[in-house]
Design a protein around this ligand. Structure first.
Ligand code: LFR
Length: 491
């Protein structure tokens, strides 16, 4: 029997996780899901945590299942996750507490507290990272100020993908793309910035070996080998940040595009060759996160499907097609929200938060589920236009198309509205971009693939994409004027 050379991708989002086997065949890239599981916030004692042990258990289950598959040989394993969160590790190598979730409100006011000691301007000039309360820099500074016991006992800090690779291999690394989300990496030197570490009472020794996408972390420990039935399979540091993996998998044939990575968050941006750090990007709070092949992801976080995911949780998880159909049947532009209003960061009742916003802004209050969903989608499409308008002036290249990737790219209605709002073609897919990007970096490391550009073309050929052309320009222009007034004081 000939064995298939497979790459095992672990892709963890803030709402769900999955493991996938990726194989290069004569038809291009084939992806097969191994297991899928929810990832939930755990609220206790006034804080929100992630259960990293539960995530690990699901990964082990996935590996076990893959090990039992016929004709499958796992060449390597790669892990990507959401950004910014980290684990404190004690001197004996044990985790000191479950990692805090970036949705924990303990970082409220964190940036301003930090900027009393280091000017905001310097932090932005070094890192190029958008200021958001939950960046690891401010999470860490909050723990430091609060004399958090895990923080005070920590010998090492591991970002989520690196912490999971450590559980599989026993080796500690700090991977560049995930570290860049921390706001601790200098965008130009592409290393941890000492001036920032010092303010937190840290040194480089508090972190694992610094690696770039494609470097080997280690091999499965004997313990993991025994549990899974696999051999000493290597674990590769992929682009550990899920968004970096997703952007690697944009199926673009040239570089004149913007992307929208659509999941719990909507990340909209362009690919740049060097950091774009200037007054304008600082004022508009655009970020310069580390990408694959030395690229920079110049982008902005937009609150994305989180708005709907949270509503759905109180609607007995009604299916997306059903909710989309209900939205489509409602009156257009009845009420709009600013998706990035702090009200929506982590409300106990999202539906109520949306109603409150509409009433505070003297608009019709959405009453039905369809009206709520319509309000979310129309507002997102208009917010995409606003951010894309800003991107056009910041981008080093013209923007001729918008590639929508990730789970949200399966939403035809939102894709069409996005095209209507932004006025350029929207190309939707692949929905599993993050997993594909993860596999791509492993393939590069194994020498199965040459570079990102050629793999993007391969994805373009092997995965069906849908194109949406702009329609109804006048109606959307009018709605956009209204949206701009609503959001006049935010960037
Ligand atoms: C998307 C993402 C974003 C990051 C946010 C929080 O999954 O990684 O890029 O800003 O989650 O970590």
């Amino acid at each position: 029997i000939t064995m298939k050379q497979c790459f095992f991708a672990v892709d963890l989002g803030a709402t769900s996780g999955r493991t996938i086997l990726g194989t290069f065949t004569s038809n291009g890239l084939e992806m097969e899901e191994v297991n899928r599981f929810p990832n939930r916030l755990i609220e206790t004692g006034g804080h929100f945590y992630w259960d990293i042990y539960e995530l690990y258990r699901h990964i082990i289950e996935g590996l076990k299942k893959a090990a039992r598959m016929e004709d499958v040989e796992i060449t390597s394993i790669g892990i990507d996750t959401w950004g910014v969160d980290f684990v404190c590790v004690g001197r004996d190598g044990a985790f000191l507490r479950l990692p805090y979730s970036y949705r924990d409100p303990h970082t409220a006011g964190g940036p301003d507290a930090f900027f009393t000691r280091v000017p905001r301007k310097s932090v932005y000039e070094w890192t190029g990272i958008q200021v958001m309360n939950f960046n690891s820099l401010f999470q860490m500074d909050t723990l430091r100020r609060n004399h958090d016991s895990a923080w005070e006992a920590a010998d090492k800090l591991l970002f989520m993908p690196d912490a999971l690779s450590y559980m599989l291999t026993g080796e500690m690394v700090t991977e560049y793309t995930i570290a860049s989300t921390a706001q601790l990496v200098n965008a130009r030197t592409r290393r941890l910035e000492d001036s920032l570490l010092r303010e937190l009472g840290l040194t480089q020794a508090h972190f694992g070996r610094f690696v770039y996408p494609g470097e080997k972390v280690g091999v499965l420990t004997p313990e993991v080998q025994r549990m899974t039935g696999l051999g000493a399979v290597p674990v590769i540091a992929v682009a550990g940040h899920d968004t970096a993996s997703a952007v690697a998998a944009v199926p673009a044939m040239n570089r004149n595009f913007a992307y929208l990575s659509s999941g719990t968050w909507s990340l909209m941006g362009v690919e740049a060759d060097v950091p774009v750090i200037n007054k304008e990007t600082e004022n508009l709070n655009f970020t310069n996160e580390g990408g694959v092949e030395n690229t920079i992801r110049l982008l902005k976080n937009i609150c994305g499907m989180w708005l709907l995911e949270r509503c759905r949780a109180s609607w007995e998880e009604t299916s997306y097609p059903e909710l989309i159909a209900e939205a489509n049947a409602c009156e257009p532009f009845r009420s709009l929200i600013n998706p990035d209003d702090p009200l929506f960061a982590n409300p106990s009742d999202m539906e109520q938060a949306i109603k409150t916003y509409c009433s505070d802004h003297r608009q019709s209050i959405p009453g039905t589920r369809g009206q709520i969903v319509r309000c979310i989608f129309e507002s997102l499409a208009l917010r995409y236009r606003q951010v894309l308008d800003n991107l056009r002036s910041l981008s080093p290249r013209p923007i001729e198309a918008l590639h929508v990737i990730g789970g949200g790219s399966r939403n035809d209605l939102l894709n069409q509205w996005t095209a209507n709002a932004v006025g350029i073609p929207v190309i939707a897919g692949p929905s599993e971009a993050t997993g594909i990007g993860n596999v791509m970096i492993q393939a590069l490391a194994a020498g199965t693939a040459k570079d990102i550009a050629s793999m993007r073309q391969l994805i373009n050929r092997s995965i069906p994409l849908k194109t949406f052309l702009p329609e109804d320009a006048e109606v959307w222009d009018a709605a956009y004027l209204h949206f701009k007034q609503l959001t006049a004081n935010n960037s």
